[in-house]
Design a binder for this molecule. Structure first.
Ligand code: ARG
Length: 600
């Protein structure tokens, strides 16, 4: 039987998607007129099966007039009967009012687990119906501080990009830095005033020193000195009209900021391509003209605005002085990404405080016909091109207030990351690891654990809730932390090492047998990896992957407590199962941006 995916959300990638494709086929065969998209879920109770099809009730409502079916259960039975033959399936049964339960064939599971060792984790990647995705994340503002909010955006955005990259879709990682705001007039003017004259452009790094301190000083003068304020505003006009001296000063200031950002990205191993606000500036007039021509704009108090039905606040796309703002740039960036870069999905990662801004930008794009209206079918993926705002909550300190350092100064992200690493190193030194590993490996491991802990503590949250930053908690050896999970993985590597066997040999000569109950449970959980990633992409939230990894380490522990591995009669099979667990864990870490370690 040739099977085709029957709904846009269904891919052949995950086991769940394959089961859904099977039920999709059954629904097409049994109910050719209605042919609904399959609703498939994992069974809560493994006694009944591994997956269930939930279409019977809603389908019964549609077909009951035809008299052929007495009740939803009869519809369920018809779906069951129409199910194509498949090596995946061990058995099916009907439960309650027509749920069709499906049990996977153990042999098929064993084969799929062995195959991933032979063919690689890429063969388990979910399939997505997109060609190119823009992920706009991190995006700090030049010259202003890069704060913990930007850290969250960096960590969450990177993980989302990693998950989509895993599926093989082209991802453009965009750093939409604020490099074009009015703050530059002030900074440039302050620079010229302080270090004025002809040599204003030489040795700027030295003159500026600490950019955040410099920013504060210039802001102070801006607020206190009306004459300076006036000259700053003229400086913005000069910069934006391309005056070479102002332009040069702007470039230098951006460079200094960039170096600070780079230090954070380098520690976190985050790749980003800078496409700041200034990049889109030349395209703004043409885009605003498009919006004007479509009749979407209104002049209100001299400003150009887009009003929305049933909403009081408009989106202002040109200020009354003719200048452009955040929204002018965002409308233009969206147009550019959809039309020039041919993205069919654009994802914006910022704090929830910007939700309304993005709602308005998305609505304006809909009205302009750039993106389609939302679909009414809740089971289907949104139509393309698709845009999403991924919002997240605040980072709080132990006191429940916005996270700050003791001095109530801003938190420098590099210092924060360095502290995480330092604490890990101390932990390792205390446990005598430095003697075993040597200085270099200890350093490397401390970085992996420290930065990994910061990332994991963030990613494991429901991204919308505020979360409390605590070094003590994120570095705990027990509980749902990166440290615990990295140890769990290192222990699996240790088991394999201890056996003295080569997985590369075993995977060619031996097979996996899921005979013990705990082996079966571990195997089933491993097979769910793909659908967990798929779901995390659909929800644009990596926390499902964290939960999966934590459950996986528990399942592994249960297996290891009851099933002897090394020197047991089942050694080959069990070592292979250990190897699959290690592969899946490593892939999971990779999606979270955490570096796995061979030993810890
Ligand atoms: N620079 C902005 C900020 O710090 C975030 C930019 C997000 N991306 C965008 N396309 N608006 O708040």
């Amino acid at each position: 039987d040739a099977m085709e995916p029957s709904a846009p959300s269904v891919s052949l990638g995950s086991v769940k998607a394959q089961v859904a494709a099977l039920f999709g086929e059954a629904l097409k065969r049994g109910f050719p007129e209605e042919a609904p998209s399959p609703q498939v879920a994992a069974c809560n109770n493994p006694k009944f099966g591994d997956y269930q099809c939930n279409n019977a009730m809603s389908l019964f409502a549609k077909v009951k007039g035809k008299g052929e079916f007495k009740n939803p259960r009869a519809v369920g039975e018809a779906i069951q009967k129409a199910l194509p033959e498949s090596p995946m399936v061990a058995s099916t049964s009907i439960a309650g009012p027509g749920f069709v339960n499906l049990k996977l064939s153990t042999e098929w599971m064993e084969q799929r687990l062995l195959n991933v060792l032979k063919d690689g984790m890429a063969t388990w990647a979910p399939l997505l119906p997109y060609k190119r995705v823009v992920v706009d994340f991190s995006s700090p503002n030049i010259a202003k501080e890069m704060h913990v909010g930007h850290l969250r955006s960096t960590i969450i955005g990177d993980s989302i990009a990693r998950m989509i990259e895993y599926t093989g879709v082209d991802v453009l990682r965009r750093n939409h830095v604020g490099d074009w705001g009015t703050q530059f007039g002030m900074l440039i003017q302050y620079l010229f005033d302080e270090a004025g004259g002809a040599d204003a452009l030489t040795d700027i790094e030295h003159k500026i020193g600490d950019l955040q301190v410099f920013y504060k000083a210039s802001k102070k003068r801006f607020d206190e000195d009306p004459d300076f304020k006036e000259r700053s505003q003229q400086a913005v006009v000069k910069l934006q009209s391309g005056d070479p001296v102002h332009r040069k000063a702007w470039e230098k200031i951006c460079d200094i900021s960039r170096k600070e950002f780079e230090a954070v990205y380098q520690r976190l191993d985050v790749k980003l391509e800078e496409r700041g606000e200034s990049f889109y500036n030349p395209h703004i007039p043409a885009v605003l003209k498009m919006l004007d021509d479509k009749g979407l704009t209104t002049i209100s108090d001299g400003a150009t605005c887009i009003f929305f039905p049933g909403q009081k606040d408009p989106l202002m796309v040109r200020k009354s002085d003719g200048g452009y703002n955040y929204a002018s740039t965002d409308m233009t960036a969206m147009w550019y990404r959809l039309n020039e870069e041919k993205a069919d999905w654009v994802i914006y990662v910022t704090d929830v405080g910007q939700s309304n801004h993005f709602k308005s930008v998305f609505k304006a794009a809909q009205m302009a016909g750039w993106i389609p209206e939302e679909s009414k079918d809740k089971d289907a993926l949104p139509p393309t091109p698709r845009v999403d705002h991924v919002g997240f909550g605040l980072v709080l300190g132990d006191d429940g207030k916005r996270f700050r350092t003791r001095s109530s100064e801003v938190v420098r992200l590099v210092d924060l990351l360095d502290e995480a690493k330092l604490r890990c190193k101390q932990q390792m030194v205390e446990r005598g690891r430095e003697e075993d590993f040597g200085a270099e490996e200890t350093e490397h491991a401390a970085a992996a654990v420290g930065y990994g802990a910061v990332k994991y503590a963030d990613l494991q949250q429901n991204r919308l809730t505020n979360y409390t930053f605590s070094f003590d908690r994120m570095l705990e050896l027990k509980g749902n932390t990166a440290v615990y999970l990295l140890y769990a993985l290192a222990r699996i590597f240790a088991i394999i090492r201890k056996s003295g066997k080569s997985i590369d040999d075993l995977k060619q000569t031996a097979r996996i047998e899921l005979a013990h109950e705990k082996e079966l449970q571990l195997g089933l959980h491993l097979l769910r990896f793909s659908e967990v990633v798929e779901q995390a992409i659909i929800e644009l939230s990596p926390n499902g992957v964290c939960e999966f990894l934590y459950d996986l380490s528990e399942k592994f522990n249960e297996f290891y407590a009851e099933c002897r591995v090394v020197n047991s009669p089942e050694e080959s099979s069990r070592l292979l199962l250990c190897a699959v667990t290690a592969e899946v864990m490593q892939q999971g870490f990779k999606l979270l941006g955490i570096q796995p370690l061979q030993r810890l």
